[in-house]
Design a protein around this ligand. Structure first.
Ligand code: PLP
Length: 409
């Protein structure tokens, strides 16, 4: 039989799926309705309107009954043709997976990776930093024949806890006077970190339900610019389920060409009421404050934060590098067994070298202090020498920075 944790709630502190608010779970428990019936259209129109506000776009947002990976494929297959060159940027594991997908689809990705070594993680240059727009500009300037059809970057690299400056990537493309499309993965950034699809000139933004939107996994998104819709007309990669055209057409009345996941859309409607009701700026400030409170603890322990650039600290998660010889996954396992709390594992090149602390979803100061306490106990039980108490530091941070004051602090 499954163990449903009878004594208190499990602490789901991975950087997505994030803890789902009870309010959303209740909304999702309503009866499933006819997806072609009269009540469905208004629901469809409501979520399509609300999600556009979250992406900050006036243009169509496509909702897929799929995980984020599906929406990645949709972004590529709707805009590109086999053999097209795409410029991708290695910020971490998810950027690497998107690059692998491009290869499998028959595209010709070039994977830009900054050189250099790092004292803590010598094998993963670039995995502690954000996208360098200057390298993108330099590469595009050399592409005088305009063979590169798209630039693909990850906004919030969930494997590292580093955000990237998307506006600077747009500027780099424009400065090089290059016509490439800009495709951005904000699967874990949207609705936690500031994102502006239209203002930043993004052509396709990919996102998912199970992070900042605080929903279970199962729906994902493509926000598409007019230029992307134009590119679709000549893009030749095979697509059917992912094809934007029929979906956009039927969405005009709030319906889909196939069965949408109705109950997740109830959840999305509730999530949008919560997020837009709070106000996006307040939502972003809340996550920044949470991130700052958690990082205070990591600094007090004297452990390195995976993100090496304070200007790019993710408001969604914090990666913590364990000392040489300490298996980060063993620490995670111990914390799970002893304290019923899940942390994110080190992915790809970071396996065993770091763990990730999520600060998103249905959460509050005390949830995060509990997470810090579990990690502190787990590190001590694993024999890691800590410089000081992260719990003490976090308590002081949260007590000294009432909600709503983080940006002024
Ligand atoms: N991209 C990023 C930045 C992610 O964080 C994830 C999942 O964590 C994905 C892509 C893949 O999304 P999914 O697992 O929903 O298919």
């Amino acid at each position: 039989t499954l163990d449903f944790h009878p004594t208190g709630r499990h602490f789901l502190q991975i950087p997505g799926p994030s803890p789902v608010p009870d309010r959303i779970l209740r909304a999702m428990s309503l009866p499933t309705i006819d997806h072609r019936g009269p009540e469905f259209g208004p629901l469809g129109l409501k979520v399509l309107d609300g999600i556009r506000q979250v992406f900050k776009t006036r243009h169509p947002v496509i909702i897929y009954p799929a995980s984020g990976t599906g929406a990645w494929e949709a972004a590529l297959s709707n805009t590109l043709s086999a053999g097209d060159k795409v410029l991708m940027y290695e910020t971490g594991h998810f950027a690497s997976l998107w690059n692998k997908m491009a290869l499998r689809l028959g595209l010709v990705p070039e994977f830009l990776a900054p050189q250099g070594t790092d004292e803590h993680l010598p094998g993963a240059p670039g995995w502690r930093h954000g996208v360098r727009a200057d390298l993108i500009e330099e590469r595009l300037r050399k592409d005088t024949a305009h063979e590169i059809k798209a630039v693909c970057v990850v906004h919030n690299e969930t494997s590292t806890g580093v955000t990237s400056d998307i506006a600077s990537v747009r500027k780099a493309i424009d400065a090089a006077r290059h016509p490439a499309l800009l495709l951005v993965d904000s699967i874990s950034g949207l609705a936690s970190a500031d994102f502006r699809h239209d203002e930043w000139g993004v052509d396709v933004t990919v996102s998912g339900s199970q992070k900042g939107l605080m929903l279970p996994p199962g729906i994902s998104f493509n926000a598409v610019s007019p230029k992307a819709l134009e590119a679709m007309k000549t893009a030749r990669l095979p697509r059917s389920f992912w094809a934007w055209d029929e979906i956009v057409e039927m969405n005009k009345d709030g319906y889909w060409p196939y069965t949408p996941n109705t109950n997740l859309l109830y959840g999305l409607a509730e999530s949008l009421d919560m997020i837009l009701g709070e106000g996006l700026d307040n939502v972003f400030a809340r996550h920044q404050r949470w991130g700052a409170g958690v990082r205070t603890a990591v600094n007090a322990w004297g452990l390195p934060i995976q993100c090496d650039d304070p200007a790019l600290y993710s408001p969604v998660l914090t990666g913590v590098i364990t000392p040489q010889g300490v298996d980060a996954d063993a620490v995670r396992r111990l914390i799970h067994e002893r304290f019923d709390l899940s942390l994110g594992t080190g992915l790809g090149k970071l396996k065993g070298r770091m763990f990730r602390m999520g600060h998103l979803g249905d959460s509050n100061d005390l949830t995060l202090i509990a997470m810090v306490a579990a990690v502190e106990m787990g590190l001590r039980l694993s024999g890691v020498k800590l410089a000081g108490s992260g719990v003490q530091a976090s308590m002081e941070y949260f007590a000294g920075h009432p909600a709503g004051t983080a940006l002024r602090a």
